[in-house]
Design a protein around this ligand. Structure first.
Ligand code: NAD
Ligand code: WQD
Length: 334
C-alpha cells in the first residue's frame, strides 16, 4: 500500500514508518516539524533501508495538503499529527483545538476531495475519562471525566470521525486507543525525543539519568494502589507500531475501534525500579505531591485487538528499559 503518515517524523510515527517499510509498504510523511526533526528520516532509512518521501507542511495549510493528495493517490492515511502535551493544553487550549481538530478536518477534506478513503487515527486511553473499573474496554462510554483540553481533542476527533463515516459510508476508519507508549527502537536510532521540556514519565526519567534534570518527582505515593504510586499500562513503541501494521489488514467500511495496550498495570515505583535494574545505578528521586488530573490506576483490556487484529504486545518492561537506555546512550554520544 502507499501510505501517508501525518506526524510521521514524531515518536510513534517514526517507529510505525519502520515497521511499514519492513512489510513492503510505500511510506510518505507529512509533518510541520513542530515536535520532531527532519534527521529522523535518515534514521528511518538506516533501520528500514528506505527513506520516506517527506513533505514539510502543516495540516492546517489546507491548500498544501490538498495538493499533496492531488499529486499522489494514497491508499491509506495514518494520522499521528497532533499536539500532545497535557499541561500545555491547559495553558493554550485554543491552539490545541485548532491544531488537532482543525488539522483533522483539513485532512479529511483533502482525503474526500481526492478519493482517499482509509484512515487510521491515533487516539488515546484518555478518551475513557473516569470509569468505575480500571480495566478499559472499547464498549465503555467515552467523554465524561476527561481532565484536560488535549484529551478532549482526542474525544472530539473520534466523534467527528464517527459522523464523517456515517455521511461517507464507503470510508474505512480505524481508531486506535493507545495506552502509555514508551521505549525506543532496539537499534537506538529513534526514540522519544520531544522538542523542549518533557512531560511524560519515561522522557523525564531519561533526562534525570543524563543529568539534565536533578531528580524525578514521583507524583504522589498515597494512591489506592499496592505501593501507593499510580498504575498505568506501558506499551513498547515497537509493539505499538506493529499494532498499526496489524490494523491495516482488517480495515473495513465504517468505524472500528481498538485498544492498543498490554493489559498489565505497572506502578511508577515499579517503572523506576526496572530502570535502575537495567542501568545498574540508582535514579535520583523524590516523592512529590499529586499531579492534578491523575487517576490512580488504568490499563487496557486488549482482547478485541487480539481477537480481530491477531495482535498483542510481545515486549516486556525490561525490554522497554534496555531499549530506552540504548537510545539514551546513543543520543548522549551525539
Ligand atoms: P509526537 O509529538 O512525537 O509526534 C506528532 C508529530 O505531529 C510531531 O512530529 C509534530 O511535529 C507533528 N504535528 C503536530 N501538529 C501538526 C500539524 N498541524 N501539521 C503537521 N504536523 C504536525 O507525538 P507522538 O507521541 O508520536 O504521538 C503521535 C500521536 O499519538 C498523537 O496524535 C498523540 O496525541 C497520540 N498519542 C500519543 C501518546 C503518547 O503518549 N505518546 C499516547 C496516546 C496517543
Ligand atoms: C505516567 C505516570 C504520573 C511524570 C499521559 C496522557 C495520556 C497519554 C499518555 C497521550 C503518572 C507519573 C509522571 C513525573 C511522575 N498521552 N509521573 N513523575 O499521565 O498516564 O498519560 O500520557 O494521549 O493522554 O495523559 O502519562 O507519562 O505523564 O505519567 O510520577 O515527572 O507517571 O503521575 O502516574 P499519563 P505520564
Amino acid at each position: 500500500m502507499r501510505i501517508l503518515l501525518t506526524g510521521g517524523t514524531g515518536y510513534i510515527g517514526s517507529h510505525t514508518a519502520v515497521e511499514l517499510i519492513k512489510q513492503g509498504h510505500e511510506v510518505e510523511i507529512v509533518d510541520n516539524l513542530r515536535n520532531s526533526k527532519a534527521s529522523v528520516l535518515d534514521r528511518i532509512e538506516q533501520i528500514a533501508g528506505k527513506k520516506p518521501k517527506f513533505y514539510q507542511a502543516d495540516l492546517l495549510d489546507t491548500e498544501k495538503i490538498n495538493q499533496i493528495f492531488a499529486e499522489t493517490q494514497f491508499d491509506l492515511v495514518i494520522h499521528f499529527a497532533g499536539l500532545k502535551a497535557v499541561g500545555e493544553s491547559v495553558e493554550i487550549p485554543l491552539e490545541y483545538y485548532k491544531n488537532n481538530i482543525g488539522g483533522t478536518i483539513s485532512l479529511l477534506e483533502a482525503m474526500r476531495a481526492n478519493n482517499c478513503k482509509r484512515i487510521i487515527f491515533s487516539s488515546s486511553a484518555t478518551v475513557y475519562g473516569i470509569q468505575e473499573s480500571p480495566e478499559y474496554v472499547e464498549t465503555m462510554q467515552t467523554g465524561p471525566g476527561i481532565s484536560n483540553p488535549y484529551g478532549r481533542t482526542k474525544y472530539m476527533i473520534e466523534e467527528i470521525l464517527k459522523d464523517f463515516a456515517v455521511a461517507n459510508p464507503d470510508f474505512e476508519v480505524t481508531i486506535l486507543r493507545y495506552f502509555n507508549p514508551v521505549g525506543a527502537h532496539p537499534s537506538g536510532l529513534i526514540g522519544d525525543d520531544p522538542n523542549g521540556r518533557p512531560n511524560n514519565l519515561m522522557p523525564i526519567i531519561m533526562h534525570v539519568a543524563s543529568g539534565k534534570i536533578p531528580y524525578l518527582s514521583i507524583f504522589g505515593d498515597d494512591y489506592n494502589t499496592p505501593d501507593g504510586t499510580c498504575i498505568r499500562d506501558y506499551i513498547h513503541v515497537v509493539d505499538l507500531a506493529k499494532g498499526h501494521v496489524a490494523a491495516i489488514k482488517t480495515l473495513k467500511p465504517g468505524v472500528s475501534i481498538y485498544n492498543l495496550g498490554s493489559g498489565k498495570g505497572v506502578s511508577v515505583k515499579e517503572m523506576v525500579a526496572a530502570f535502575e535494574k537495567a542501568s545498574g545505578k540508582p535514579l535520583p528521586q523524590q516523592i512529590a505531591g499529586r499531579r492534578a488530573g491523575d487517576l490512580d490506576e488504568f490499563y487496557a483490556n486488549p482482547a478485541k485487538a487480539k481477537a480481530e487484529l491477531d495482535w498483542q504486545t510481545e515486549l516486556t518492561i525490561d525490554d522497554i528499559m534496555v531499549d530506552t537506555l540504548n537510545y539514551l546512550k546513543r543520543e548522549n554520544q551525539q
